[in-house]
Ligand binder design. Structure first.
Ligand SMILES: Nc1ncnc2c1ncn2[C@@H]1O[C@H](COP(=O)(O)OP(=O)(O)OP(=O)(O)O)[C@@H](O)[C@H]1O
Length: 295
């Protein structure tokens, strides 16, 4: 198996006896977008600060491309961070802010102008690049801040609440742009906005009071709905006894929603004797995951 781009093991942070995060584990591969979901104070920002190297852990370790993040300053070069508050200088233009971020990352001269042009194109900032940041809408400011995080072409992109405070159309535009830059790298996204998770993330981890309380694959290959004409029993135990089904929910009239841990092809023959009428991909409901795990 290849080395994950980002790996956290047993990560924790305690301040003045107060737990901010405990025993957090994560493995992030290229092309993946993983979501951290939780209410205010759940520990999302603490997790991102530890994973980006801006906060030292009290326990555990973060590895970036196999190197310990906190023991190797070079490992931080592989990370691009959008913090909760966009780090823009209001009296500088978009272009000047991008150049400043690029210089901090060691870019100079032609390499810097090429890198800036690339992120301006990627984040669709062309018509705004000479505008002062104090005059940007919140959506444009967030785009500029993501461009700053990407200017050195990091392998890992970490985004803290990227769509918070945006109106619905600005939030959608930003999600579309994040979706376009994500395939080349590994992305970690913290948010309490379910649409961010549902549209962008392949899987999510739910945090509550500093602990991971649930995790869930969201992509279609891991969640399906099946329609059975002859279920052998009431309830869902008969389904949970099959290998490869981790969760089952009866939705009425012979319809069941299933969470899978192995490919669907192996499941269909096992359901056939119970009168399998339909088997369709389904997005997992995050709302029910939250309701079940956060009181
Ligand atoms: N600098 C700090 N020192 C001590 N405790 C802190 C500090 N920052 C946050 N905390 C506490 O750590 C816990 C987790 O906070 P964190 O900001 O990581 O949560 P969050 O999920 O990002 O919430 P929000 O969405 O409100 O930012 C909370 O109880 C918070 O009060």
């Amino acid at each position: 198996m290849s080395t994950p781009l980002l790996k956290a093991s047993g990560l924790g942070r305690t301040d003045q006896g107060r737990i901010r995060l405990v025993d957090f584990n994560l493995c992030l591969e290229r092309g993946e977008i993983v979501g951290l979901l939780g209410v205010n104070g759940a520990g999302k920002s603490t997790a991102l600060a530890l994973l980006s190297g801006s906060l030292a852990p009290s326990r555990g370790e973060v590895q970036v491309l196999g190197k310990n993040l906190h023991g190797s300053p070079r490992a931080r070069r592989h990370i691009g961070l959008l913090p909760e508050r966009a780090p823009l200088y209001p009296q500088l233009s978009v272009q000047e802010n991008l150049d400043f971020a690029g210089r901090l990352r060691g870019l100079r001269g032609k390499a810097l102008s090429q890198a800036r042009k690339k992120v301006v194109r990627q984040l669709d900032l062309g018509s705004f690049q000479h505008r002062l940041c104090s005059r940007l809408s919140r959506g444009m400011a967030q785009r500029t801040a993501i461009a700053q995080a990407l200017i050195h072409e990091p392998e890992i992109l970490i985004l803290d609440e990227p769509t918070a405070g945006l109106d619905p159309s600005q939030a959608q535009e930003l999600r579309d742009l994040i979706g376009q830059v994500a395939p080349a790298r590994a992305t970690l996204l913290a948010s309490h906005i379910l649409e961010d998770m549902e549209q962008l993330c392949g899987r999510v981890k739910v945090l509550n009071q500093g602990r991971q309380v649930a995790r869930q694959h969201l992509d279609d290959t891991h969640s399906i709905r099946v329609h059975l004409s002859r279920p052998p029993a009431q309830g869902t135990d008969f389904l949970l006894q099959l290998p490869g089904i981790s969760q089952a929910q009866h939705q009425g009239d012979g319809w069941y929603q299933l969470a899978l841990t192995q490919p669907v092809e192996t499941l269909a023959p096992q359901l056939a004797p119970w009168g399998l009428l339909a088997l369709i991909p389904a997005r997992y409901s995050l709302q029910s995951l939250l309701t079940e795990n956060i009181s």
